[in-house]
Design a protein around this ligand. Structure first.
Ligand code: SAM
Ligand code: SF4
Length: 326
């Protein structure tokens, strides 16, 4: 369906949990986190129910995220059930990769199309600083396993943070020189913990890559459902993507909505606007009314974010990214 601004909404990011086995500095605090109580998290049954109602409204592609989606037990089973929903064409996953290796075969057999791995550094000591854990080797092994199993699409997401990993962007980009994967650089957003660190602009990353890898050719083809702008460096197997949500607003092409672990249908990353679906679902609202409620909500998706505004509006998102799903 189209929203009031005429944007075709066909992509849903589903956060299956707000819990995580890492504590990335720009995403979550080290401690003192108010987790969503287990009983408030949507069951797989409830999730599938909502997707069956959203597919006829035009949702075609799903991305499972979190928190860390793989810490939720039974994820392959959920993927298989979502895969069977009429109208759903593609299911992808965003993960930190730590639990991915041993589950990779089951995830692929369940119908998982592609995987985005979050990896901000190639140095174990920097990984420990960013994630506050020592799981670097497991994260790398997850990526290797995805490549070995031939997933349709493998991407690496890297968030450069000034003074932390910004000196490594050329080396991280080189992962797509040596393997058929896309590396995407993501501008850190001033959401939650992200406000405490200094982002690196995509222009700065691009200039650094050009200085090391030579002039790039813009790539206009489509490589997924998102807002990344891609280019090709000489001799690289995969493309390099840039997601500059802050410096280049791409809201006019935004095709996505989000569903949080507790069943809140969220319309824009930057605003709390949306609607709770768990209460009506659990109170037995009939499907026709629930579907109409969702359609009415999607219609009112905010026109644009205001990351560069003064952020005084009360309705701005106050959660950390692990509760939103990225
Ligand atoms: N745990 C999974 C992972 O890390 O891939 C999925 C959830 S995580 C919230 C999704 C994405 O959000 C990750 O790629 C992470 O780097 C990104 N992210 C978290 N906080 C961010 C921030 N403040 N600005 C930009 N991206 C952020
Ligand atoms: Fe966990 Fe992903 Fe947030 Fe890192 S970015 S703390 S892995 S949810």
């Amino acid at each position: 369906m189209n929203d009031r601004s005429g944007r075709k909404i066909e992509y849903l990011r589903i956060s299956v949990t707000d819990r995580c086995n890492l504590r990335c500095i720009y995403c979550m605090p080290k401690e003192g986190i108010d987790w969503v109580p287990h009983e408030d998290v949507l069951s797989f049954e409830e999730l599938v129910h909502l997707i069956r109602l959203l597919a006829p409204l035009g949702i075609r592609r799903l991305r499972l995220t979190g928190g860390e989606p793989l810490v939720r037990a039974g994820l392959p089973g959920l993927i298989a059930r979502l895969h069977d929903v009429e109208g759903i064409e593609e299911i992808n996953l965003t993960t930190n990769g730590i639990l991915f290796g041993p589950m990779a075969r089951d995830l692929k057999d369940a119908g998982l199309h592609g995987v985005n791995f979050s990896l901000d550094t190639l140095k174990p000591e920097v990984y420990a600083r960013i994630t506050r854990t020592d799981r670097f080797a497991a994260a790398r092994a997850g990526i290797e396993q995805a490549l070995a199993l031939g997933f349709a699409r493998v991407k690496i997401n890297c968030v450069p943070v000034q003074g932390v990993n910004d000196g490594e962007v050329a080396d991280i980009a080189a992962l797509s020189k040596d393997a058929p994967l896309e590396v995407r650089f993501i501008e850190m957003m001033p959401i939650g913990q992200g406000k405490n660190y200094t982002p690196v602009t995509m222009e700065q990353v691009y200039q650094k890559l050009v200085s090391v890898w030579g002039e790039a050719t813009p790539y206009d083809g489509k490589l997924g459902n998102g807002p990344a702008a891609y280019c090709a460096f000489p001799g690289f197997q995969g493309r390099i993507g840039f997601i500059s949500a802050v410096t280049h607003q791409f809201c006019s092409q935004c095709n996505r909505i989000r569903l949080t672990a507790e069943g809140y249908l969220k319309l824009c990353l930057h605003y709390s606007a949306g609607i709770d679906l768990r209460a009506p679902l659990r109170s037995g609202m009939d499907d026709k009314t629930l579907s109409a409620l969702m359609a009415q909500t999607i219609l009112d998706k905010p026109t644009r974010h205001q990351f560069s505004g003064n952020g005084s509006a009360q309705d701005l998102e106050q959660h950390n990214m692990n509760a939103i799903g990225g």
